[in-house]
Ligand binder design. Structure first.
Ligand SMILES: Cc1cc2nc3c(=O)[nH]c(=O)nc-3n(C[C@H](O)[C@H](O)[C@H](O)COP(=O)(O)OP(=O)(O)OC[C@H]3O[C@@H](n4cnc5c(N)ncnc54)[C@H](O)[C@@H]3O)c2cc1C
Length: 381
């Protein structure tokens, strides 16, 4: 790394070979992978604290993918971002809370001596010839390679229809205990919506879930498009007394004020009234929207080549849940971590490193997914 004072703007000028933006599981896992592939000249810039997304989860939220200390037998914990690490082991839990996962990420940063700079928000990115110039409040970072891993949680899809501003997006709820009222309407019946209903039911509140498709009926095996078995099981175990009502094939068109301070939720065929602000469980956009002009976009997803590099801007890589190839969606940690090795390998080979040993290691641990045909739905029983 090289540091100078930029005379014109009075900002420090810092030069690295690679900059990673975002210190969530994707940014941290990418940092470990770069080191494993022999790339050491990099920094991770994080606008908040390490794992800050998980500190924003509602208090009641837990991981739905289970963690298990299977590492000893060569099976990586589903929520691990680096080989020989395990959130189950670091927390003693199977379904971690947000803060417990942050503890794990901090352990990884410590063990692998990752150069994370917290409270460094990247405000702009410009490509100048071969280099990227990233601006933070007090510095310019210049880098040949940029890995964008800013996730999606901090970019909620909170304006999906007119009147959405009258609702509250589930990512902005600190704790379900803080919500006033006994009767709630949740718009969206995938993981976040059902999780909200289950948590509210545990507090004795009634909920209606309005879902444009179906909640339970999907034939898909892929938890990226259908409710996980963990959540289905929890929903199956509820009874009528829990007061969760599913309104399937119900698409919300707009929300307006109703009578007596209520909220009117309009669908194609009528309306529902909710005494409390409707809860939006309508998902997230991608953090790469912050630098959207550096990507071509297809169907709301950034276009990437076989190394997860932008097809528009060479040497710009995307890591995390918005990576998608053909129909394969990488929105869980156990999925997107399998691309860390691909990106690290690409950068390392361009820098002339010998990567054979690292590729073998990553393949052995299912962390080097270069053949997407393995992700088809072929579970026999
Ligand atoms: C309620 C809920 C439950 C979930 N449960 C599971 C589960 O059980 N299993 C699973 O695999 N996945 C789960 N997920 C998804 C998982 O949390 C995400 O896939 C994961 O957090 C993505 O990691 P990331 O590092 O890409 O993004 P994030 O964790 O969001 O990290 C991105 C980081 O980038 C930083 N950042 C953003 N913009 C900038 C900027 N301009 N400059 C600097 N830093 C910036 C942010 O502060 C943040 O720390 C869940 C998600 C939610 C919402």
């Amino acid at each position: 790394m090289d540091t100078k004072k930029s005379s014109k703007q009075q900002k420090t000028l810092k030069t690295y070979r690679t900059v990673i933006v975002g210190a969530g599981p994707a940014g941290i896992g990418m940092g470990v992978a770069l080191k494993d592939f022999g790339v050491y000249d990099f920094v991770i810039l994080e606008k908040g604290l390490i794992g800050s997304t998980f500190l924003k989860w509602t208090t009641e939220t837990r991981f739905l993918t289970p963690s298990f200390q299977s590492t000893q037998f060569g099976l990586l914990d589903l929520n691990a971002v680096a080989i020989n690490t395990s959130p189950a082991y670091s927390s003693g839990k199977e379904h971690l809370s947000g803060p417990e996962y942050v503890h794990y990420l901090n352990r990884v940063v410590y063990e692998f001596q990752l150069p994370v700079h917290e409270e460094r928000e990247v405000m702009t990115v410009v490509k100048r010839d071969r280099d990227f110039v990233l601006e933070t409040v007090d510095a310019y970072y210049v880098a040949e390679y940029l890995i964008w891993s800013t996730g999606e949680f901090q970019f909620p899809n909170d304006r999906p229809f007119p009147g959405a501003e009258l609702c509250i997006h589930n990512s902005r709820i600190g704790s379900y205990r803080d919500l006033l009222g006994d009767d709630f309407t949740i718009i969206g019946g995938y993981e976040s919506g059902v999780d909200a209903a289950l948590n509210l039911a545990m507090l004795g509140r009634e909920t209606a879930i309005l879902e444009r498709g179906t909640v339970m009926d999907s034939k898909s095996q892929d938890p990226s498009v259908t409710l996980s078995f963990y959540t289905k099981q929890r929903l199956d175990e509820t009874t009528a007394a829990d007061g969760i009502r599913l309104e399937e094939r119900t698409e919300v068109k707009k929300v307006t004020h109703g009578g007596n301070g209520a909220f009117r939720i309009h669908t194609g065929s009528g309306y529902y009234e909710s005494p409390t602000p409707p809860i939006l469980a309508t998902g997230f956009k991608g953090g790469e929207e912050q630098i959207h002009d550096l990507f071509y976009n297809t169907g709301g997803r950034p276009q990437l080549n076989e190394w997860d590099e932008s097809t528009r801007t060479p040497n710009l890589y995307l890591a995390g849940p918005h990576v998608m190839h053909q129909n394969v969606i990488f929105c869980f940690i156990y999925k997107f971590r399998q691309r860390f090795g691909i990106v690290a390998h690409r950068i390392a080979t361009q820098l002339g490193m010998d990567t054979d040993a690292a590729v073998k290691l990553y393949r052995r641990h299912n962390m080097f997914l270069d053949d997407l045909s393995c992700c088809q739905e072929d579970c026999k029983c």
